[in-house]
Design a protein. Structure first.
Ligand code: FAD
Length: 281
């Protein structure tokens, strides 16, 4: 399949990207790893008039820790780099499950989050980690918490004239985690996936828990009913099963070629139990 005609601009700084976005108007699109946008263009689902290639913007690459212990990941950091950094814990674990090595070598964390696909792996992890993104636009810089970022199917709160520059993950010290992804083949997209972060009190009860769901609605979302059931309770097989039974509460999983809505609900409950068990023990 051949995309519609487009102009191509390669930029080397965020400032250049912002001015190219301004010049290109509403038909301009940023290109990072191209592993979501190019397939959509080939299918003619997307037909931007101008592609602004940010692949060479070095200031958007790399991983650092800030003074408060948060990890700050540049938007252009490849999935492979994130997956290889064991100090990133849950985020590295999740990045390792994305597609195959070829896709992980090109795809970027910023592209994955800005794309807003509810079937993508990192958005649910960002939600569970209560992370945020920094975006820069002509009006300046702003931070968007994960809870306000995913608005609808492939729609985020990032403006068309803004560049996602950084992804911020608060310190995960003291948290245990698990990511359970269900797919037919190892490198496939998630049919459903569940991301759990869990902290226990000294007496073994659940002090805090956050559960992120992948592909269970038009956006990634938190399983709040399951979280509420577990908070402050002992982490026994019974309480975990009770909470996991609520994992699909409030979700609207879209039926697709792989699974019916009911089957996805079933998967969410099973994967939630497995993720809670792994994180608890
Ligand atoms: P691009 O395709 O370049 O861009 C995607 C969108 O984000 C575009 O709209 C673009 O304008 C916008 N954008 C990009 N960067 C920025 C930025 N800095 N600021 C603002 N907007 C920006 N993903 C998974 O999570 N799990 C999988 O299992 C999985 N399997 C895949 C299998 C295949 C065969 C392929 C081709 C892709 C798969 N992906 C999967 C998607 C992959 O992770 C993509 O790389 C990712 O979703 C998009 O990142 P990208 O850098 O390629 O973004």
């Amino acid at each position: 399949m051949i995309p519609a005609d487009f102009d191509y601009v390669r930029v080397s700084s965020v400032d250049e990207a912002l001015s190219a976005l301004r010049d290109g108007g509403e038909d301009a699109k940023l290109l990072a790893g191209g592993h979501s946008l190019i397939p959509l263009m080939k299918l003619r689902v997307a037909a931007p008039a101008v592609l602004i290639d940010i692949g060479g913007v070095r200031e958007l690459e790399g991983i650092r820790r800030d003074a408060g212990g948060a990890t700050v990941i540049g938007a252009l950091t490849r999935h492979a780099t994130v997956a290889a950094d064991e100090s990133l814990g849950l985020i590295a674990k999740v990045a390792k499950t994305i597609a195959d090595q070829q896709v992980r070598n090109r795809g970027t964390i910023g592209g994955s989050i800005a794309h807003g696909d509810p079937a993508a792996d990192l958005p649910a992890a960002l939600l569970a980690a209560e992370g945020s993104v920094t975006v820069r636009g002509s009006g300046g810089t702003r931070e968007i918490p994960a809870s306000e970022l995913f608005v609808d199917y492939m729609t985020t709160a990032i403006g068309p004239d803004e560049v996602l520059t950084e992804v911020r993950i608060p310190s995960m010290d003291g948290w245990r985690s698990s990511y359970q992804k269900f797919n037919r083949r190892q490198e496939d997209w998630a049919m459903v996936a569940v991301c759990v972060m869990l902290r226990t009190a000294a007496d073994g009860t659940c002090d805090a828990v956050r559960i992120g769901l992948t592909n269970m609605a038009s956006t990634p979302l938190r399983a709040t009913a399951a979280e509420e059931l577990l908070r402050g309770r002992p982490l026994t097989a019974e309480t975990i099963a009770l909470a996991a039974d609520q994992a699909d509460n409030g979700t609207e999983p879209p039926e697709d070629l792989n699974a019916s809505s009911d089957y996805k609900r079933h998967l969410a409950r099973v994967l939630c139990r497995r993720a809670l068990e792994e994180a608890a023990h």
